[in-house]
Design a protein around this ligand. Sequence first.
Ligand SMILES: [Fe+2]
Ligand SMILES: [Fe+2]
Length: 343
Amino acid sequence: MASSRALFNPTLTAHISRAASKGFSSTATTAGLRTSYVALNPFNASSRRNFSVSHKAQLDFFPPPRDLPNIKQTPASWPHPTATDEQLKAIQVDHREPKTFSDTIAYNTVRLLRWGTDIATGYRHDPNKPYVMNERKWLIRFIFLETVAGVPGMMAGMLRHFRSLRRMKRDNGWIETMLEDAYNERMHLLTFLKMAEPGWFMKLMILGAQGVFSNGFFLAYLLSPKTCHRFVGYLEEEATKTYSFAIEDLESGKLPGWEKLEAPEIAVKYWNMPEGKRDMKSLLYYIRADEAKHREIHHTLGNLNQAEDPNPFVSEYKDPSKPHPGKGIEHIKSKGWEREEVI
Ligand SMILES: [Fe+2]
Ligand SMILES: [Fe+2]
C-alpha cells in the first residue's frame, strides 16, 4: 500500500517524468534498480547521498512512530524467540535433494526465479568472475527479496484459514505459523528500509513482482500445497545462502561501510539484540537464522499430510526430552523433519 501510494503521488510523478527525460546512467540502472541509500552514513542526515530519483519521498513512506496521547508503544505481536551466539553461528548452507517429481518441479522453479532475480538485482557471487557486490547492491537485493519472501506465509495462512471455514474443520495449528513466518519476513523488510529506500523504479519492480508472485502462489497453493511448501523450502535455502555470502563479505572486509554500522532500533527491539551485539554483522546473523528456520519449517511441512497432520512446530510431544521441532533454533534441521520423526 505504502509503496504504491508513494509511487503515484504528484511529487513523485514529476520526478519520474524528469528522470525519464534525463535518461538513466548509474551502474544500478543497468540492473534496472535504484535505491536512495543512507546505510553508509546513517548518522549524518545532511550528508546523505541520494541514489534515487524519488528522494523527496524519503522517509515519507516510513515515518517514525507517532507520539499519541494514550498509546505508549506497540510491541511486536509475535515476540521473536531468543537465540544464543553459538546457535546463530552454527547455521549452515544446506540443500535437500529433490526426491519426488513435485520436489523437482519446486526446485527448478526456484532456480529459474533465482536466475531472474540475480539479473534484476545486479547480483553476482561467482568466485571466477570479478567481485561486483557492495553495500548498496546487497541492500537492493535484500529489500527486493524480502518484499517477495513475505508473500507465501500470508497466502498459505489465508488459504488454510478459508479451507478451515468452508470445510468446517480444524486446521491443526498451521495458520499461526504461516502468519508468523510472513510477519518475520516483513520485519526483515522494515529493518532494511531503515537503511535504504527504494527509488521509483524499484518500487515499480516490487509492485510487479508482488502482483505476479502472489497470484501465482495463490493458484499453486490451491493445486498442490505440498509442492508449494517444498518450493518455499528451496527458496529459503537460497535466502540462507544469500545472507551467508553477505556475512562472509562483511567478515572478509569487502563491506567496510557496514563494519561499524549499528543495527536500526526496530531490529534491536524485535530480535532483542543484547548490548555489544547490536551491529550490522549481528543483524545479518539473526536474519540468516530466521531464513534457516523458514527453510526447516517449509521443508518439514512439505513432508506432511496437508489435510490431517498437526503442525509439529507448535505441538507438545509425548517425550519432550527427545529433540523435536519448536519455535527456536536449538534443534534446527536444515533439510526439515521427516514425517515419521514428528507425527
Ligand atoms: Fe527474510
Ligand atoms: Fe525466509
